[in-house]
Design a protein around this ligand. Structure first.
Ligand code: SF4
Length: 691
């Protein structure tokens, strides 16, 4: 057996693992030791231990496929597939020479930094459009906007290693032990050292019970009331003068206006809105206000709302108020769901930003990229492109003629799946993936890509740590790395700026064009077991453990935004009396394309389910394990009921991994007005018995 060290492809923790190979197949996985060279500290979670199981699955796509007139898939050569695509693009572009919104690309949080860089360059340099986005839109676009506005940088401020040293850990909207298990273990380490835990979540999650058992507090708030809860906590901190006056005066701006708004949200009023007892709000506020260090963790429970940006800004307000930014064991720490969602954002797979968060509307920046890419600045798209949700809508309207999707599965991951499906049927769809997915089934052309075990490159973990991905086996069948496929299409279209010799050459170009990645070179990554954390502007820079050191925010001063509480877009009523929330489980990952092909994971949780409270179940005469119908204004699904205490009366929860009981048939496509992130966490629903 041989072994190759690489980075886990599931969540954003970035655990390092060995892939063991035998006869050209990956047959086993082991954690990398010693612990100091591994964000997972020498451990793997259940998904990590079994990450090899999907790689050689017989379902792997091995050859390019084109859909024939009768709807059947025909195997074609790479040359035929690339010709077909390039000819279509050339025709559409020549028929619509001035329309930059006729074509779009979805990049991928599962692919490497180099592949994301190549995809956004292809969109901008070859297709001449900023219509490039990816699923960060659906998970952390609110983070990029909210933390960008407050601090000047939309990433996790601090690092995973700091968690055990925090006096207080405040987890809000993150089921950390199930979604980022090895970050969850660091929270447990902090508790062992005497740290206190505050957990705010509408469900009872594993951390809620731990918080109460260890002298902390669990706040089970009504879904969508995070702003009221956070404002209520800050109200107590300000009224009891527990805030860091010096930090606020020296390093922040707009405090007085912000304070005026906070003073309107008494703990009594916050309790009335959130359903959390007033004394718990006060206890949480005093714990944070009296601690020297509070490490705040959040995830999609905060971002996936029509008030997603407001929620994120509120977490930033709280941490600035208490001087919990720019020092060890503090900060605002959004945990990224997918292995490389941080990297895909860093690489400019966004409609408004080039790599390193450089604006597409700035002519100086455009000129820099034009020079690097060998194109004319005047030919570039100078307007912000469309988001994932906007491109889907444009396809539905017949305006988006072609959509090129790399490694994403919007039929399963986007809200209101029936609408997404109808939209994708109206456009020329190209899907590049490793398995047939519900999205790929709608495509005109499918291009087989390789898995993480068959390629080289880098992923950037949730803590801004860039680590290497190494090739363990040769590509399965005739599949190819994503960057090579894109490069073949570009070449066919007459653009040679994507003809790279290897991945190292792509990273070198990223180093040149992206100041925060300036010193993260291939050579340094090969030598540095722990990877490098951005910002890392040059090759003498050691990387950055935590941002905004000593209150020196990336934007100058930290900005307090006064935030008014607003209700979610769709509230329960007499027709739909329940609130539906969606999310993930420990045993599966995202749309299930990989984890459901892992024998171990799929045996453990083979099907979807809806969590329902004992109270609602008895009212509806539903028993545990019974099949029920869940209905919203968008559609309905049949799914097994799981009756218990995880959700309170009035709330139901469905994991979105399961194609045959797809939660996103039900979800609401209403979006945050700024970040355009959909409200996956709240919509009105009802449950019916199946007679
Ligand atoms: Fe992989 Fe995340 Fe588990 Fe680590 S915690 S092994 S990165 S899934």
């Amino acid at each position: 057996m041989e072994k190759v060290k690489t980075t886990c492809v599931y969540c954003g923790t970035g655990c390092q693992l060995w892939l063991k190979t035998l006869n050209g197949k990956v047959v086993d996985t082991r954690p990398v030791m010693p612990p100091e060279f591994n964000p997972g500290k020498g451990k793997l979670c259940i998904k990590g231990w079994n990450v090899h199981e999907f790689i050689n699955h017989p379902d792997r796509l091995t050859d390019p496929l084109v859909k024939s007139e009768n709807g059947k898939w025909e195997k074609v050569s790479w040359e035929e597939a690339i010709d077909y695509i390039a000819n279509y693009i050339k025709r559409v572009m020549s028929e619509n020479p001035d329309n930059r919104r006729i074509i779009g690309c979805f990049s991928s949080a599962k692919c490497t930094n180099e592949e994301n860089y190549v995809m956004q360059k292809f969109a901008r340099a070859v297709l001449k459009t900023n219509n490039i986005d990816h699923c960060a839109r659906l998970c952390h676009s609110a983070t990029v906007v909210g933390l960008g506005a407050a601090f000047g940088s939309g990433a996790m401020t601090n690092s995973i290693d700091e968690i055990p040293d925090a006096q207080v850990i405040f987890v809000i909207g993150s089921n950390t032990n199930e979604q980022h298990p090895l970050i969850g273990t660091r929270v447990l380490e902090a508790l062992k050292k005497g740290g206190k835990l505050i957990v705010a979540d509408p469900r009872t999650i594993p951390l809620s019970e731990l918080a109460e058992d260890n002298g902390g507090v669990a706040l089970q708030h009504r879904p969508g009331t995070d702003v009221a809860l956070l404002n209520g906590i800050m109200n107590v901190i300000i009224n009891e003068k527990l805030y860091d006056h010096d930090f606020v005066t020296q390093n922040c701006e707009n405090f007085d206006e912000f304070k005026e708004e906070i003073l309107k949200m008494s703990p009594e009023r916050a309790s009335h809105i959130t359903g959390v007892p007033q004394d718990k709000i006060i206890r949480a506020a005093r714990m944070i206000g009296n601690a020297d260090t509070t490490y705040l963790i959040y995830s999609m429970g905060i971002t996936q709302h029509t008030s997603g940006v407001d929620n994120v800004k509120s977490t930033a307000n709280l941490q600035m108020l208490c001087g919990n930014v720019g020092k060890w064991a503090t900060g605002v720490n959004p945990l990224r769901g997918q292995n490389n969602v941080q990297g895909a954002c860093d690489m400019g797979a966004l409609p408004n930003l080039f790599t390193g968060y450089q604006s597409v509307t700035d002519p100086v920046i455009r000129n820099k990229f034009a020079l690097e890419w060998g194109i004319e600045e005047k030919d570039m798209d100078d307007q912000i492109g469309q988001t994932v949700v906007e491109m889907i809508d444009a396809a539905y309207q017949g305006e988006l003629k072609m959509l090129y999707i790399m490694g994403e599965n919007p039929v399963m991951s986007d809200p209101d799946s029936n609408h997404v499906r109808a939209a994708l049927q109206k456009t020329f769809l190209i899907v590049q993936d490793i398995f047939m997915t519900p999205t790929a089934e709608l495509a005109r052309v499918i291009l087989p890509a390789v898995s993480f075990a068959e390629k080289e490159g880098t992923f950037t973990s949730t803590e801004r740590r860039v680590q290497m991905v190494r090739k363990a086996i040769e590509p399965v069948g005739n599949s190819k790395p994503d960057w090579q496929i894109i490069s073949m299409i570009a070449q066919k279209m007459g653009y040679s700026g994507l003809n790279y010799k290897n991945v190292e050459e792509i990273l070198t170009e990223i180093n040149r064009t992206t100041p925060i990645y300036g010193g993260i070179t291939w050579e340094r990554l090969e030598q540095n077991e722990k990877g490098l954390q951005w910002p890392c502007p040059d090759i003498s820079h050691p990387g950055t453990v935590f941002l905004h050191k000593e209150g020196k925010f990336s934007r100058g001063k930290g900005y307090f935004t006064p935030i008014l509480f607003k209700e979610p877009a769709e509230l329960p009523d007499s027709d739909y009396p329940l609130v539906l929330s969606t999310g993930r489980t420990l045993w599966h990952f995202h749309t299930g394309t990989m984890s459901r092909r892992s024998k171990t994971l799929n045996e453990r949780v083979p099907e979807g389910y809806v969590e329902i409270s004992q109270e609602d179940a008895s009212k509806l005469k539903i028993s545990d394990g019974e099949m029920v119908k869940v209905i919203t204004r968008r559609g309905e699904i049949e799914i097994k009921a799981r009756v218990g205490h995880k959700v309170k009366e009035g709330l139901i929860f469905i994991p979105f991994h399961f194609e045959e009981a797809a939660a996103n048939i039900l979800t609401n496509a209403a979006v945050d007005p700024v970040a355009k992130i959909p409200e996956f966490k709240v919509c009105a629903a009802r449950i019916e018995k199946i007679i």
